[in-house]
Design a protein around this ligand. Sequence first.
Ligand SMILES: C[S@@+](CC[C@H](N)C(=O)[O-])C[C@H]1O[C@@H](n2cnc3c(N)ncnc32)[C@H](O)[C@@H]1O
Length: 444
Amino acid sequence: MAMSCPLNRYLLLMAQEHLEFRLPEIKSLLSLFGGQFISSQETYGKSPFWILSIPSEDIARNLMKRTVCAKSIFELWGHGKSPEELYSSLKNYPVEKMVPFLHSDSTYKIKIHTFNKTLTQEEKVKRIDALEFLPFEGKVNLKKPQHIFSVLEDYGLDPNRIPENPHNIYFGRWIADGQRELIESYSVKKRHFIGNTSMDAGLSFIMANHGKVKENDIVFDPFVGTGGLLIASAHFGAYVYGTDIDYNTVHGLGKASRKNQKWRGPDENIRANLRQYGLEKYYLDVLVSDASKPSWRKGTYFDAIITDPPYGIRESTRKTGSQKEIPKGMEKCPESHVPVSLSYHLSDMFFDLLNFAAETLVLGGRLVYWLPVYTPEYTEEMVPWHPCLRLISNCEQKLSSHTSRRLITMEKVKEFEAFLGYCSCSVPAAFPGSVLSPAIGFST
Ligand SMILES: C[S@@+](CC[C@H](N)C(=O)[O-])C[C@H]1O[C@@H](n2cnc3c(N)ncnc32)[C@H](O)[C@@H]1O
C-alpha cells in the first residue's frame, strides 16, 4: 500500500559521521529557529535519511545555514518502499504545491542519489523517465536550473549485503545544503595557531550548534587553549572570550605544535586565528586565569559556555597554588607556563565548571563540554549534575576500546543557587587527571 505524504514534510540527508551528535544538533537548531522537532520516524540511529515536519521552508533554510551534520534538505513530495509506492505517493501530493516549481517558464533538473549502491547512467535515466507522469512543463537545464529535484534511494547500511532493490525511495525538491564545507575551510591543518589539543573543526561547529550559539551572543571558554571553540562560535556571529591557565598558550609563546617548526612565530595567537577567518571583530579577549578560581563579579554574563576541559591525557589538569616553596626561573619552561601548579582532580573541575555555568549563564543559556569516561565503568548517573542545569544531550565519541569522551549539553533552567552537593562524575584510572600526567598521544 502506498504511504501517504503529509504536508510540510521534509527529508534530511544526513552525513554518516558523528552519528550520535546528529539528533541533538538538529533538535537544538530547530528550537533555535522557532521550530519543533516533530517526526514520525521511530529511530534516527544510523540511517542517513530522516523525515521530519518543519513549520516552514524558512526554518528549513535557517537550519541548513547552521548544520554540519546534515548534507541537504528536500521538500518531500513522495516516499515509498518500492517504485510503485513512490509513484502512488507522488500522485497524492497536492498539484497546487507542485505547480509553482514545474510551470512552463521554469527550468529544472532531476538528480538520482543512492546510498550504499552505485547505479549505471542507464539505470539513472530509467528512473528519471519513470517520472514522466509528473506535470513538468519547464525546460531541462543541467547547468543552472531554477529547481532541482532528487530521487533518493536507500539501500541500507550494510556494504556487504546490498539488496537488489532499495528499502526506501524518496522524491523531493531540493531546498538547501548544510555547512559541511566548513569542516574543510576551517580545518586545523590550515590554521595559523594550533596546539596539541586544538579541537577538530567539525566537532567545534557541532558544539556551537548544541550550544544554540547565535548572533550577538557572548560565548565563553574557560579552558580556551588555542581557541578552536571560539572560532566556531564567532563564525556564527557570537562575541567570544576565553581564559586558560597557561600563559604561553594565551600569549602564543613557547614551543610550536607543528612539525618542522620549533617555536611559535610572531602573531601566532587566538586573535590572529580569528583574523585568518575574517572574524576578528568577534574577539573580546583571552586572559590567563585559573578556572578553579574564577575572578568574576557575581552576575550572568554568558549566553553559552562551550569548552573542552583537560583530561590529563594530552593536557594535564592543573590549578594555581603551591604546597612547596615557589620555584625560581619558571620562565625557562618553554612548553607550557603555569608558574606554580597543584593537581586539580577532574571531579572537582567538573563540579566547579557546573557551578560556574549555573552562576554566570543567562537563563536558557547552555553549557557544552566534554566529559572523559572509562567505558567499562560508565553509567549515566556519573554525569555531573546541578539543580539549575537541565541535561539536554549526552553523546559518546569513542576514543579507544575502553575510553571515550561524552559531549554533554546542559541548559540553565533556574536562577542560580549555590550547589554544595557531591559531584559524582566517574574519573577513571585511564584518565589520570588528578596528577600532572605526561603527554600521551591519541587522535580525536
Ligand atoms: C583540551 S585543552 C583545550 C583545547 C582547546 N579547545 C583548543 O581548541 O585548543 C585544555 C586547556 O585547559 C587548560 N587548563 C588546564 N587546567 C586549567 C585551569 N585550572 N584553568 C584554566 N585552564 C586550564 C590547558 O592549559 C589547556 O590549554
